[in-house]
Design a protein around this ligand. Structure first.
Ligand code: M6R
Length: 608
Protein backbone atom coordinates (compact mmCIF):
# COMPACT_ATOMS: atom_id res chain seq x y z
CA UNK A 1 0.00 0.00 0.00
CA UNK A 2 1.04 3.64 0.07
CA UNK A 3 4.57 4.40 1.24
CA UNK A 4 5.98 7.51 2.90
CA UNK A 5 9.53 8.78 3.30
CA UNK A 6 10.86 12.00 4.81
CA UNK A 7 14.42 13.31 5.11
CA UNK A 8 16.13 16.32 6.59
CA UNK A 9 19.89 16.86 6.62
CA UNK A 10 22.80 18.46 4.79
CA UNK A 11 22.77 16.06 1.83
CA UNK A 12 20.47 16.62 -1.17
CA UNK A 13 17.13 15.16 -0.10
CA UNK A 14 15.62 14.05 -3.41
CA UNK A 15 18.05 11.18 -4.25
CA UNK A 16 17.68 9.83 -0.72
CA UNK A 17 13.90 10.08 -0.90
CA UNK A 18 13.84 8.32 -4.29
CA UNK A 19 16.01 5.52 -2.92
CA UNK A 20 13.61 5.21 0.01
CA UNK A 21 10.68 4.96 -2.42
CA UNK A 22 12.47 2.21 -4.36
CA UNK A 23 12.67 0.21 -1.13
CA UNK A 24 8.93 0.65 -0.66
CA UNK A 25 7.96 -0.38 -4.19
CA UNK A 26 7.22 -3.93 -3.10
CA UNK A 27 4.27 -2.69 -1.06
CA UNK A 28 2.36 -1.96 -4.28
CA UNK A 29 1.58 1.49 -5.74
CA UNK A 30 0.43 3.20 -8.89
CA UNK A 31 1.95 6.71 -8.72
CA UNK A 32 4.81 8.43 -6.96
CA UNK A 33 5.96 11.90 -6.03
CA UNK A 34 8.53 13.96 -4.19
CA UNK A 35 8.65 17.50 -2.76
CA UNK A 36 11.62 19.41 -1.34
CA UNK A 37 12.18 22.80 0.25
CA UNK A 38 14.34 25.12 -1.82
CA UNK A 39 14.98 28.81 -1.19
CA UNK A 40 11.79 29.40 0.71
CA UNK A 41 9.57 27.52 -1.72
CA UNK A 42 8.45 23.95 -2.34
CA UNK A 43 9.52 22.18 -5.50
CA UNK A 44 7.48 19.14 -6.40
CA UNK A 45 7.43 16.45 -9.08
CA UNK A 46 4.82 13.69 -9.16
CA UNK A 47 3.36 11.36 -11.74
CA UNK A 48 1.42 8.18 -12.22
CA UNK A 49 3.63 5.20 -12.97
CA UNK A 50 6.79 3.92 -11.42
CA UNK A 51 9.44 5.33 -9.12
CA UNK A 52 11.87 4.83 -12.01
CA UNK A 53 9.72 7.14 -14.11
CA UNK A 54 9.88 9.72 -11.29
CA UNK A 55 13.64 9.25 -11.11
CA UNK A 56 13.92 9.90 -14.86
CA UNK A 57 11.77 13.02 -14.57
CA UNK A 58 14.10 14.42 -11.89
CA UNK A 59 17.47 13.14 -13.19
CA UNK A 60 17.49 10.77 -10.24
CA UNK A 61 16.71 13.63 -7.89
CA UNK A 62 19.47 15.96 -9.12
CA UNK A 63 16.88 18.32 -10.63
CA UNK A 64 15.45 19.04 -7.19
CA UNK A 65 17.76 20.95 -4.86
CA UNK A 66 17.32 21.14 -1.11
CA UNK A 67 18.08 19.06 1.94
CA UNK A 68 14.62 18.58 3.38
CA UNK A 69 11.72 16.81 1.74
CA UNK A 70 8.97 14.24 1.66
CA UNK A 71 8.05 11.55 -0.86
CA UNK A 72 5.28 9.06 -1.45
CA UNK A 73 4.13 6.04 -3.40
CA UNK A 74 0.35 5.99 -3.78
CA UNK A 75 -2.00 3.04 -4.03
CA UNK A 76 -5.20 4.66 -5.27
CA UNK A 77 -8.25 4.70 -3.00
CA UNK A 78 -9.95 8.08 -3.52
CA UNK A 79 -9.59 9.02 -7.19
CA UNK A 80 -7.88 7.28 -10.09
CA UNK A 81 -4.09 6.82 -10.24
CA UNK A 82 -3.46 10.03 -12.18
CA UNK A 83 -0.65 12.60 -12.05
CA UNK A 84 -2.93 15.05 -10.25
CA UNK A 85 -4.07 12.57 -7.63
CA UNK A 86 -0.50 11.47 -6.89
CA UNK A 87 1.01 12.75 -3.63
CA UNK A 88 2.38 15.13 -2.36
CA UNK A 89 -0.55 17.54 -2.32
CA UNK A 90 -0.02 21.27 -1.98
CA UNK A 91 -2.01 23.91 -0.14
CA UNK A 92 -3.52 26.59 -2.32
CA UNK A 93 -0.77 29.08 -1.42
CA UNK A 94 1.87 26.44 -2.22
CA UNK A 95 3.50 26.73 1.22
CA UNK A 96 2.51 23.28 2.52
CA UNK A 97 3.09 19.85 1.00
CA UNK A 98 1.52 16.73 2.45
CA UNK A 99 1.88 13.00 1.94
CA UNK A 100 -0.64 10.64 3.47
CA UNK A 101 -1.23 6.93 4.00
CA UNK A 102 -4.65 5.70 5.03
CA UNK A 103 -8.16 7.05 4.59
CA UNK A 104 -9.63 10.27 5.94
CA UNK A 105 -13.21 9.24 6.54
CA UNK A 106 -14.66 12.74 7.05
CA UNK A 107 -12.89 14.25 4.04
CA UNK A 108 -16.13 14.97 2.14
CA UNK A 109 -17.47 17.14 4.97
CA UNK A 110 -14.09 18.87 5.36
CA UNK A 111 -13.90 19.49 1.64
CA UNK A 112 -17.35 21.08 1.60
CA UNK A 113 -16.37 23.26 4.55
CA UNK A 114 -13.12 24.37 2.90
CA UNK A 115 -14.75 24.95 -0.47
CA UNK A 116 -17.34 27.07 1.32
CA UNK A 117 -14.46 29.21 2.56
CA UNK A 118 -13.13 29.63 -0.95
CA UNK A 119 -10.42 26.97 -1.09
CA UNK A 120 -10.28 25.24 -4.44
CA UNK A 121 -9.26 21.63 -4.89
CA UNK A 122 -6.99 20.29 -7.59
CA UNK A 123 -7.42 16.55 -6.96
CA UNK A 124 -10.09 13.98 -6.12
CA UNK A 125 -8.17 12.70 -3.10
CA UNK A 126 -9.13 12.71 0.55
CA UNK A 127 -5.59 13.92 1.32
CA UNK A 128 -5.84 17.38 -0.18
CA UNK A 129 -8.04 18.61 2.69
CA UNK A 130 -4.99 18.25 4.95
CA UNK A 131 -2.90 20.68 2.89
CA UNK A 132 -5.69 23.28 2.94
CA UNK A 133 -6.32 22.83 6.66
CA UNK A 134 -2.62 23.43 7.33
CA UNK A 135 -2.77 26.65 5.36
CA UNK A 136 -5.88 27.72 7.25
CA UNK A 137 -4.43 26.98 10.72
CA UNK A 138 -0.83 28.17 10.20
CA UNK A 139 -0.06 31.32 12.14
CA UNK A 140 3.73 30.97 12.26
CA UNK A 141 3.66 27.92 14.57
CA UNK A 142 3.84 24.80 12.43
CA UNK A 143 3.49 22.37 15.33
CA UNK A 144 0.24 23.99 16.39
CA UNK A 145 -1.05 23.99 12.82
CA UNK A 146 -0.28 20.28 12.45
CA UNK A 147 -1.97 19.49 15.77
CA UNK A 148 -5.07 21.49 14.93
CA UNK A 149 -5.25 19.88 11.50
CA UNK A 150 -4.88 16.37 12.93
CA UNK A 151 -7.61 17.06 15.47
CA UNK A 152 -10.05 17.65 12.59
CA UNK A 153 -9.35 14.34 10.87
CA UNK A 154 -11.28 11.10 11.35
CA UNK A 155 -10.13 7.75 10.05
CA UNK A 156 -6.71 6.25 9.66
CA UNK A 157 -3.86 8.42 8.64
CA UNK A 158 -0.13 8.74 8.66
CA UNK A 159 0.99 12.15 7.46
CA UNK A 160 4.25 13.72 6.39
CA UNK A 161 4.24 17.53 6.35
CA UNK A 162 6.64 19.99 4.74
CA UNK A 163 6.36 23.78 5.02
CA UNK A 164 8.17 26.22 2.71
CA UNK A 165 8.71 28.74 5.49
CA UNK A 166 10.22 26.34 8.07
CA UNK A 167 13.69 25.46 6.72
CA UNK A 168 14.96 21.97 7.56
CA UNK A 169 11.86 21.15 9.60
CA UNK A 170 9.54 18.21 9.02
CA UNK A 171 6.50 16.91 10.86
CA UNK A 172 4.87 13.53 10.76
CA UNK A 173 1.74 12.26 12.47
CA UNK A 174 0.54 8.72 13.15
CA UNK A 175 -3.04 7.67 13.67
CA UNK A 176 -3.30 4.00 12.60
CA UNK A 177 -0.74 2.74 10.08
CA UNK A 178 2.99 2.29 10.61
CA UNK A 179 5.40 5.21 11.02
CA UNK A 180 9.03 4.90 12.02
CA UNK A 181 11.63 7.58 12.69
CA UNK A 182 15.21 6.94 11.60
CA UNK A 183 18.02 8.60 13.54
CA UNK A 184 21.21 9.57 11.70
CA UNK A 185 24.16 11.83 12.41
CA UNK A 186 23.11 15.39 11.59
CA UNK A 187 20.27 13.99 9.54
CA UNK A 188 16.96 12.35 10.38
CA UNK A 189 14.29 10.41 8.55
CA UNK A 190 10.78 9.07 8.76
CA UNK A 191 9.22 6.25 6.78
CA UNK A 192 6.21 3.99 6.78
CA UNK A 193 8.38 0.88 6.55
CA UNK A 194 11.73 0.09 8.08
CA UNK A 195 13.06 -1.21 4.74
CA UNK A 196 13.20 2.40 3.49
CA UNK A 197 15.54 3.30 6.35
CA UNK A 198 17.96 0.40 6.78
CA UNK A 199 20.23 1.63 3.98
CA UNK A 200 20.86 4.78 6.06
CA UNK A 201 20.39 3.97 9.72
CA UNK A 202 19.48 1.07 11.99
CA UNK A 203 18.52 3.30 14.93
CA UNK A 204 14.79 3.82 14.90
CA UNK A 205 11.87 4.99 16.99
CA UNK A 206 8.46 3.38 16.52
CA UNK A 207 5.63 5.87 16.89
CA UNK A 208 2.31 4.98 18.50
CA UNK A 209 -1.15 6.10 17.41
CA UNK A 210 -1.83 9.68 18.42
CA UNK A 211 1.84 10.66 18.34
CA UNK A 212 3.48 13.31 16.23
CA UNK A 213 7.16 13.97 15.59
CA UNK A 214 9.14 17.06 14.69
CA UNK A 215 12.39 16.45 12.81
CA UNK A 216 15.30 18.75 12.12
CA UNK A 217 18.79 17.62 11.04
CA UNK A 218 19.96 17.81 14.67
CA UNK A 219 16.91 16.69 16.63
CA UNK A 220 13.87 14.49 16.80
CA UNK A 221 11.06 15.36 19.23
CA UNK A 222 7.93 13.30 19.79
CA UNK A 223 4.67 14.76 21.12
CA UNK A 224 1.38 13.27 22.18
CA UNK A 225 -2.03 14.49 20.99
CA UNK A 226 -2.04 17.33 23.53
CA UNK A 227 1.34 18.60 22.37
CA UNK A 228 3.18 17.28 25.44
CA UNK A 229 6.72 16.14 24.68
CA UNK A 230 7.14 12.43 25.39
CA UNK A 231 10.27 10.32 25.82
CA UNK A 232 10.73 7.45 23.35
CA UNK A 233 13.18 4.60 23.34
CA UNK A 234 15.46 3.91 20.40
CA UNK A 235 15.42 0.41 18.88
CA UNK A 236 18.12 -1.19 16.77
CA UNK A 237 17.00 -2.90 13.56
CA UNK A 238 18.83 -6.15 12.86
CA UNK A 239 17.80 -6.58 9.20
CA UNK A 240 20.43 -5.39 6.79
CA UNK A 241 20.05 -4.04 3.28
CA UNK A 242 21.17 -7.31 1.59
CA UNK A 243 18.25 -9.10 3.24
CA UNK A 244 15.94 -6.87 1.23
CA UNK A 245 17.70 -7.42 -2.12
CA UNK A 246 17.26 -10.15 -4.75
CA UNK A 247 20.67 -11.75 -4.28
CA UNK A 248 20.94 -13.02 -7.87
CA UNK A 249 17.40 -14.41 -8.17
CA UNK A 250 15.13 -13.19 -10.94
CA UNK A 251 12.36 -12.47 -8.44
CA UNK A 252 12.04 -11.86 -4.72
CA UNK A 253 9.42 -14.60 -4.63
CA UNK A 254 11.89 -17.25 -5.77
CA UNK A 255 14.54 -15.96 -3.38
CA UNK A 256 12.05 -16.14 -0.54
CA UNK A 257 10.91 -19.67 -1.48
CA UNK A 258 14.54 -20.75 -1.37
CA UNK A 259 15.09 -19.00 1.96
CA UNK A 260 12.40 -21.05 3.67
CA UNK A 261 14.61 -23.73 5.23
CA UNK A 262 16.72 -21.02 6.85
CA UNK A 263 13.73 -18.90 7.83
CA UNK A 264 11.90 -21.84 9.42
CA UNK A 265 15.08 -22.75 11.25
CA UNK A 266 15.24 -19.21 12.67
CA UNK A 267 11.67 -19.58 13.91
CA UNK A 268 12.15 -23.00 15.47
CA UNK A 269 15.77 -23.52 16.53
CA UNK A 270 16.11 -20.81 19.21
CA UNK A 271 12.92 -22.08 20.85
CA UNK A 272 14.07 -25.64 21.38
CA UNK A 273 16.52 -25.93 24.26
CA UNK A 274 17.70 -29.27 25.58
CA UNK A 275 14.83 -31.02 23.85
CA UNK A 276 12.12 -28.73 25.30
CA UNK A 277 10.02 -26.10 23.55
CA UNK A 278 10.56 -22.77 25.30
CA UNK A 279 8.49 -19.82 24.21
CA UNK A 280 10.10 -16.74 25.64
CA UNK A 281 7.63 -14.07 26.59
CA UNK A 282 4.73 -16.51 26.69
CA UNK A 283 4.84 -17.08 30.40
CA UNK A 284 1.42 -18.64 30.79
CA UNK A 285 1.25 -21.38 33.40
CA UNK A 286 -0.90 -24.50 33.10
CA UNK A 287 -3.42 -22.78 35.44
CA UNK A 288 -3.50 -19.65 33.28
CA UNK A 289 -4.09 -21.88 30.35
CA UNK A 290 -6.88 -23.79 32.00
CA UNK A 291 -8.95 -20.57 32.10
CA UNK A 292 -9.08 -20.51 28.30
CA UNK A 293 -12.18 -22.39 27.26
CA UNK A 294 -11.49 -21.66 23.62
CA UNK A 295 -8.91 -20.37 21.23
CA UNK A 296 -9.79 -17.97 18.41
CA UNK A 297 -7.33 -17.48 15.59
CA UNK A 298 -7.78 -14.41 13.42
CA UNK A 299 -5.90 -13.14 10.37
CA UNK A 300 -6.29 -12.25 6.69
CA UNK A 301 -5.25 -13.98 3.46
CA UNK A 302 -2.39 -16.43 3.72
CA UNK A 303 -2.04 -15.76 7.43
CA UNK A 304 -5.65 -16.91 7.77
CA UNK A 305 -4.74 -20.07 5.86
CA UNK A 306 -1.89 -20.64 8.31
CA UNK A 307 -4.46 -20.21 11.07
CA UNK A 308 -6.63 -22.92 9.44
CA UNK A 309 -3.71 -25.32 9.64
CA UNK A 310 -3.15 -24.18 13.22
CA UNK A 311 -6.71 -25.12 14.11
CA UNK A 312 -6.23 -28.73 12.99
CA UNK A 313 -2.91 -29.04 14.77
CA UNK A 314 -3.88 -27.33 18.04
CA UNK A 315 -7.18 -29.18 18.33
CA UNK A 316 -5.52 -32.48 17.60
CA UNK A 317 -2.74 -32.02 20.16
CA UNK A 318 -4.39 -29.87 22.84
CA UNK A 319 -8.04 -30.96 22.59
CA UNK A 320 -9.16 -27.32 23.02
CA UNK A 321 -11.78 -25.96 20.63
CA UNK A 322 -10.25 -23.60 18.10
CA UNK A 323 -12.18 -21.24 15.88
CA UNK A 324 -10.54 -19.52 12.91
CA UNK A 325 -12.08 -16.30 11.74
CA UNK A 326 -11.22 -13.83 9.00
CA UNK A 327 -10.29 -10.62 10.75
CA UNK A 328 -12.49 -8.59 8.41
CA UNK A 329 -15.46 -10.68 9.57
CA UNK A 330 -14.58 -11.04 13.24
CA UNK A 331 -14.33 -7.29 13.77
CA UNK A 332 -17.94 -6.68 12.77
CA UNK A 333 -19.77 -9.67 14.11
CA UNK A 334 -20.07 -8.94 17.80
CA UNK A 335 -17.87 -11.95 18.60
CA UNK A 336 -18.41 -14.16 21.63
CA UNK A 337 -15.02 -13.44 23.12
CA UNK A 338 -14.11 -12.78 26.74
CA UNK A 339 -11.56 -13.45 29.45
CA UNK A 340 -11.88 -17.17 28.76
CA UNK A 341 -10.57 -16.66 25.21
CA UNK A 342 -7.04 -16.90 23.95
CA UNK A 343 -6.87 -14.88 20.75
CA UNK A 344 -4.05 -15.80 18.38
CA UNK A 345 -3.44 -13.08 15.81
CA UNK A 346 -1.33 -14.07 12.81
CA UNK A 347 0.31 -11.48 10.59
CA UNK A 348 3.54 -11.20 8.62
CA UNK A 349 3.59 -7.40 8.45
CA UNK A 350 1.90 -6.74 11.77
CA UNK A 351 0.18 -3.81 10.08
CA UNK A 352 -2.90 -5.31 8.41
CA UNK A 353 -5.78 -2.94 9.18
CA UNK A 354 -8.52 -5.56 9.58
CA UNK A 355 -6.33 -7.76 11.76
CA UNK A 356 -5.46 -4.83 14.00
CA UNK A 357 -9.14 -3.92 14.32
CA UNK A 358 -10.13 -7.51 15.20
CA UNK A 359 -7.34 -7.63 17.78
CA UNK A 360 -8.54 -4.39 19.38
CA UNK A 361 -12.14 -5.57 19.40
CA UNK A 362 -11.30 -8.85 21.13
CA UNK A 363 -8.85 -7.27 23.56
CA UNK A 364 -11.51 -4.79 24.62
CA UNK A 365 -13.70 -7.79 25.44
CA UNK A 366 -11.03 -9.26 27.71
CA UNK A 367 -9.29 -11.79 25.45
CA UNK A 368 -5.63 -12.57 26.09
CA UNK A 369 -3.77 -11.85 22.84
CA UNK A 370 -0.85 -13.79 21.44
CA UNK A 371 0.57 -12.34 18.21
CA UNK A 372 2.42 -14.49 15.71
CA UNK A 373 4.14 -11.79 13.73
CA UNK A 374 7.24 -11.20 11.64
CA UNK A 375 7.93 -7.50 11.87
CA UNK A 376 9.44 -6.57 15.21
CA UNK A 377 7.92 -3.41 16.66
CA UNK A 378 4.89 -3.57 14.35
CA UNK A 379 1.50 -2.40 15.56
CA UNK A 380 0.19 -5.92 16.12
CA UNK A 381 3.30 -6.93 18.05
CA UNK A 382 2.89 -3.90 20.28
CA UNK A 383 -0.85 -4.26 20.87
CA UNK A 384 -0.69 -7.95 21.81
CA UNK A 385 -0.15 -9.24 25.35
CA UNK A 386 2.75 -11.29 24.05
CA UNK A 387 4.39 -11.90 20.69
CA UNK A 388 5.95 -14.91 19.07
CA UNK A 389 8.16 -13.48 16.34
CA UNK A 390 8.62 -15.59 13.23
CA UNK A 391 12.08 -14.17 12.39
CA UNK A 392 11.54 -14.73 8.64
CA UNK A 393 13.52 -11.60 7.71
CA UNK A 394 12.04 -9.04 5.33
CA UNK A 395 9.53 -10.46 2.89
CA UNK A 396 9.36 -8.32 -0.22
CA UNK A 397 7.32 -10.31 -2.79
CA UNK A 398 3.63 -9.54 -2.45
CA UNK A 399 2.82 -13.26 -2.50
CA UNK A 400 3.91 -14.56 0.86
CA UNK A 401 5.98 -17.75 1.01
CA UNK A 402 8.45 -17.77 3.90
CA UNK A 403 6.01 -15.58 5.82
CA UNK A 404 3.47 -18.41 5.63
CA UNK A 405 5.78 -21.33 6.44
CA UNK A 406 7.27 -19.50 9.41
CA UNK A 407 3.75 -18.75 10.67
CA UNK A 408 3.02 -22.47 10.42
CA UNK A 409 6.22 -23.20 12.34
CA UNK A 410 5.24 -20.81 15.13
CA UNK A 411 1.78 -22.38 15.35
CA UNK A 412 3.35 -25.87 15.52
CA UNK A 413 5.66 -24.72 18.32
CA UNK A 414 2.74 -23.24 20.18
CA UNK A 415 0.64 -26.40 19.77
CA UNK A 416 3.36 -28.69 21.11
CA UNK A 417 4.17 -26.29 23.95
CA UNK A 418 0.49 -25.93 24.94
CA UNK A 419 -0.25 -29.65 24.66
CA UNK A 420 2.54 -30.36 27.11
CA UNK A 421 1.43 -27.56 29.47
CA UNK A 422 -2.10 -28.96 29.46
CA UNK A 423 -0.84 -32.51 29.98
CA UNK A 424 -2.54 -33.69 26.79
CA UNK A 425 0.44 -35.57 25.35
CA UNK A 426 2.79 -38.03 26.99
CA UNK A 427 6.54 -37.66 27.14
CA UNK A 428 7.14 -40.04 24.24
CA UNK A 429 4.81 -38.17 21.88
CA UNK A 430 6.26 -34.86 23.06
CA UNK A 431 9.82 -35.97 22.29
CA UNK A 432 8.70 -37.29 18.92
CA UNK A 433 7.05 -33.97 18.04
CA UNK A 434 10.04 -31.92 19.20
CA UNK A 435 12.29 -34.04 16.97
CA UNK A 436 9.84 -33.49 14.08
CA UNK A 437 9.95 -29.73 14.68
CA UNK A 438 13.74 -29.74 14.57
CA UNK A 439 13.60 -31.73 11.33
CA UNK A 440 11.23 -29.30 9.62
CA UNK A 441 13.87 -27.06 7.95
CA UNK A 442 15.48 -30.15 6.37
CA UNK A 443 12.05 -31.40 5.28
CA UNK A 444 11.38 -28.09 3.56
CA UNK A 445 14.79 -28.16 1.89
CA UNK A 446 14.01 -31.68 0.65
CA UNK A 447 10.65 -30.44 -0.72
CA UNK A 448 12.59 -27.85 -2.74
CA UNK A 449 15.13 -30.43 -3.97
CA UNK A 450 12.46 -32.98 -4.92
CA UNK A 451 10.59 -30.74 -7.25
CA UNK A 452 12.99 -29.70 -9.94
CA UNK A 453 10.48 -30.78 -12.57
CA UNK A 454 7.84 -28.25 -11.42
CA UNK A 455 9.02 -25.91 -14.14
CA UNK A 456 8.31 -28.60 -16.73
CA UNK A 457 4.83 -29.24 -15.26
CA UNK A 458 4.11 -25.51 -15.27
CA UNK A 459 4.95 -25.54 -18.98
CA UNK A 460 2.35 -28.29 -19.45
CA UNK A 461 -0.46 -26.63 -17.49
CA UNK A 462 0.06 -22.87 -17.63
CA UNK A 463 -2.59 -22.29 -20.33
CA UNK A 464 -5.48 -23.56 -18.17
CA UNK A 465 -8.28 -21.04 -17.70
CA UNK A 466 -9.11 -22.35 -14.25
CA UNK A 467 -7.79 -24.93 -11.80
CA UNK A 468 -9.08 -26.60 -8.68
CA UNK A 469 -7.23 -27.66 -5.56
CA UNK A 470 -8.71 -30.36 -3.34
CA UNK A 471 -7.66 -31.98 -0.09
CA UNK A 472 -8.95 -33.18 3.23
CA UNK A 473 -8.17 -31.98 6.73
CA UNK A 474 -4.75 -30.27 6.83
CA UNK A 475 -4.42 -30.90 3.09
CA UNK A 476 -7.57 -28.83 2.61
CA UNK A 477 -6.07 -25.94 4.59
CA UNK A 478 -2.89 -26.22 2.48
CA UNK A 479 -5.02 -26.38 -0.70
CA UNK A 480 -6.49 -22.97 0.17
CA UNK A 481 -3.01 -21.49 0.29
CA UNK A 482 -1.82 -23.32 -2.86
CA UNK A 483 -4.84 -21.99 -4.74
CA UNK A 484 -4.32 -18.42 -3.48
CA UNK A 485 -0.67 -18.51 -4.55
CA UNK A 486 -1.69 -19.52 -8.07
CA UNK A 487 -4.47 -16.99 -8.54
CA UNK A 488 -2.72 -13.97 -7.03
CA UNK A 489 0.40 -14.16 -9.20
CA UNK A 490 -0.78 -15.91 -12.39
CA UNK A 491 -4.34 -14.47 -12.52
CA UNK A 492 -5.64 -17.95 -13.36
CA UNK A 493 -8.97 -18.54 -11.71
CA UNK A 494 -8.57 -21.13 -9.04
CA UNK A 495 -10.58 -22.49 -6.12
CA UNK A 496 -9.81 -24.80 -3.27
CA UNK A 497 -12.34 -27.26 -1.93
CA UNK A 498 -12.58 -29.75 0.83
CA UNK A 499 -12.49 -32.89 -1.31
CA UNK A 500 -15.58 -34.35 0.34
CA UNK A 501 -17.57 -31.25 -0.63
CA UNK A 502 -17.07 -31.66 -4.37
CA UNK A 503 -20.21 -33.61 -4.98
CA UNK A 504 -22.29 -31.00 -3.17
CA UNK A 505 -22.01 -28.59 -6.06
CA UNK A 506 -18.51 -27.87 -7.26
CA UNK A 507 -18.13 -31.00 -9.32
CA UNK A 508 -20.49 -29.36 -11.83
CA UNK A 509 -17.53 -27.14 -12.79
CA UNK A 510 -15.29 -30.04 -13.77
CA UNK A 511 -15.03 -30.36 -17.53
CA UNK A 512 -12.84 -32.14 -20.06
CA UNK A 513 -9.15 -31.46 -19.49
CA UNK A 514 -9.66 -29.30 -16.36
CA UNK A 515 -6.69 -29.55 -14.01
CA UNK A 516 -7.40 -30.64 -10.45
CA UNK A 517 -4.51 -30.53 -8.00
CA UNK A 518 -5.17 -33.24 -5.42
CA UNK A 519 -3.29 -32.95 -2.13
CA UNK A 520 -2.84 -36.41 -0.63
CA UNK A 521 -0.30 -35.87 2.17
CA UNK A 522 -2.63 -36.91 5.00
CA UNK A 523 -1.82 -40.58 4.56
CA UNK A 524 -4.68 -41.76 6.79
CA UNK A 525 -7.08 -40.19 4.30
CA UNK A 526 -5.35 -41.39 1.14
CA UNK A 527 -8.09 -43.82 0.15
CA UNK A 528 -10.73 -41.13 0.62
CA UNK A 529 -8.76 -38.89 -1.70
CA UNK A 530 -8.52 -41.67 -4.26
CA UNK A 531 -12.33 -41.73 -4.30
CA UNK A 532 -12.40 -37.97 -4.99
CA UNK A 533 -9.72 -38.25 -7.67
CA UNK A 534 -11.76 -40.90 -9.43
CA UNK A 535 -14.88 -38.74 -9.27
CA UNK A 536 -13.18 -35.86 -11.09
CA UNK A 537 -11.38 -38.09 -13.56
CA UNK A 538 -14.66 -39.73 -14.50
CA UNK A 539 -15.81 -36.22 -15.52
CA UNK A 540 -12.82 -35.59 -17.75
CA UNK A 541 -10.44 -33.84 -15.29
CA UNK A 542 -6.67 -34.25 -15.37
CA UNK A 543 -5.12 -34.72 -11.96
CA UNK A 544 -1.88 -33.39 -10.57
CA UNK A 545 -1.35 -35.42 -7.41
CA UNK A 546 0.73 -34.25 -4.45
CA UNK A 547 1.77 -37.10 -2.18
CA UNK A 548 4.39 -37.99 0.43
CA UNK A 549 7.74 -38.91 -1.06
CA UNK A 550 7.90 -42.58 -1.91
CA UNK A 551 4.15 -43.17 -1.79
CA UNK A 552 3.95 -44.81 -5.20
CA UNK A 553 0.19 -45.38 -5.00
CA UNK A 554 -0.28 -41.86 -6.40
CA UNK A 555 1.17 -42.92 -9.79
CA UNK A 556 -1.84 -45.15 -10.39
CA UNK A 557 -4.24 -42.28 -9.73
CA UNK A 558 -2.76 -39.04 -11.04
CA UNK A 559 -1.70 -37.85 -14.51
CA UNK A 560 1.22 -35.90 -13.06
CA UNK A 561 2.83 -36.10 -9.66
CA UNK A 562 4.53 -33.81 -7.15
CA UNK A 563 6.09 -34.99 -3.92
CA UNK A 564 6.59 -33.61 -0.43
CA UNK A 565 8.90 -35.41 1.98
CA UNK A 566 7.06 -37.59 4.49
CA UNK A 567 7.22 -37.20 8.27
CA UNK A 568 4.74 -36.16 10.96
CA UNK A 569 1.43 -35.68 9.08
CA UNK A 570 0.35 -32.93 11.50
CA UNK A 571 3.25 -30.83 10.19
CA UNK A 572 2.74 -31.75 6.52
CA UNK A 573 1.45 -28.35 5.38
CA UNK A 574 4.89 -26.71 5.64
CA UNK A 575 6.71 -29.03 3.24
CA UNK A 576 3.72 -29.66 0.98
CA UNK A 577 3.14 -25.98 0.23
CA UNK A 578 6.62 -25.71 -1.31
CA UNK A 579 5.85 -27.53 -4.60
CA UNK A 580 2.63 -25.53 -4.85
CA UNK A 581 4.50 -22.24 -4.38
CA UNK A 582 6.94 -23.32 -7.09
CA UNK A 583 4.09 -24.38 -9.36
CA UNK A 584 2.37 -21.00 -8.99
CA UNK A 585 5.70 -19.22 -9.57
CA UNK A 586 6.55 -21.07 -12.79
CA UNK A 587 3.00 -20.86 -14.18
CA UNK A 588 3.04 -17.09 -13.61
CA UNK A 589 6.48 -16.86 -15.21
CA UNK A 590 5.32 -18.86 -18.24
CA UNK A 591 2.41 -16.44 -18.56
CA UNK A 592 4.66 -13.38 -18.34
CA UNK A 593 3.08 -12.03 -15.15
CA UNK A 594 4.63 -9.46 -12.84
CA UNK A 595 5.44 -12.01 -10.15
CA UNK A 596 6.68 -9.80 -7.32
CA UNK A 597 4.09 -7.08 -7.82
CA UNK A 598 0.87 -8.63 -9.07
CA UNK A 599 -1.77 -6.28 -10.40
CA UNK A 600 -4.19 -4.66 -7.92
CA UNK A 601 -2.38 -6.06 -4.88
CA UNK A 602 -0.38 -4.49 -2.09
CA UNK A 603 2.03 -6.19 0.25
CA UNK A 604 0.73 -4.66 3.39
CA UNK A 605 -2.98 -3.90 3.49
CA UNK A 606 -3.05 -0.97 5.87
CA UNK A 607 -6.54 0.23 4.97
CA UNK A 608 -9.81 -1.57 5.51
O1 M6R B 1 0.88 -9.02 6.71
P1 M6R B 1 -0.22 -10.00 6.92
O2 M6R B 1 0.27 -11.39 7.16
O3 M6R B 1 -1.20 -9.56 7.99
O4 M6R B 1 -1.01 -10.00 5.56
C1 M6R B 1 -2.21 -10.71 5.41
C2 M6R B 1 -2.55 -10.90 3.94
O5 M6R B 1 -2.75 -9.66 3.33
C3 M6R B 1 -1.45 -11.65 3.21
O6 M6R B 1 -1.21 -12.90 3.81
C4 M6R B 1 -1.81 -11.88 1.73
O7 M6R B 1 -2.93 -12.70 1.63
C5 M6R B 1 -0.61 -12.46 1.03
N1 M6R B 1 0.17 -11.42 0.44
C6 M6R B 1 -0.94 -13.45 -0.01
O8 M6R B 1 0.23 -14.00 -0.55
Amino acid sequence: MCGIVGFTGAAPAAPILLEGLRRLEYRGYDSAGVAVQHEGAIEMVKASGTVEHLAEMTSNGAALEGGCGIAHTRWATHGAPTDTNAHPHLSEDGRFAVVHNGIIENYAALRRELEGEGYSFASETDTEVVAHLLERYYDGDLRRAVMRTASRLEGSYVLGVLCACEPGRLFCVKEAGPLILGLGVDENYFASDVTALVGYTRNVIYLEDGEMAELTPESVTVYDRTGREIPKSVSHVVWDIEAAEKGGYEHFMMKEIMEQPRAVKSTIEPRIRSGRVELEGLDLTAEDFARFRRIVITACGSAYHAGMVGKYVIESLCRVPVEVDLASELRYRDPIVGEDTLLIVVSQSGETADTIAALRECKARGAYVLAIVNVVGSTIARLADCALYTHAGPEIAVATTKGYTTQLSALYLFAVWAAEKLGRIDEMRYNELVAELSALPARIQRAIDLNLHVKYLAGRWHAQRAMFFIGRNIDYAAALEGSLKLKEISYIHSEAYAAGELKHGTIALIDEGRLVVALCCQTALFEKMVGNIQEVKARGAKVLGLAPEGDRRIFAEADDVLFAPGGEPLFAAAPEIVPLQLFAYYVARENGCDIDKPRNLAKSVTVE
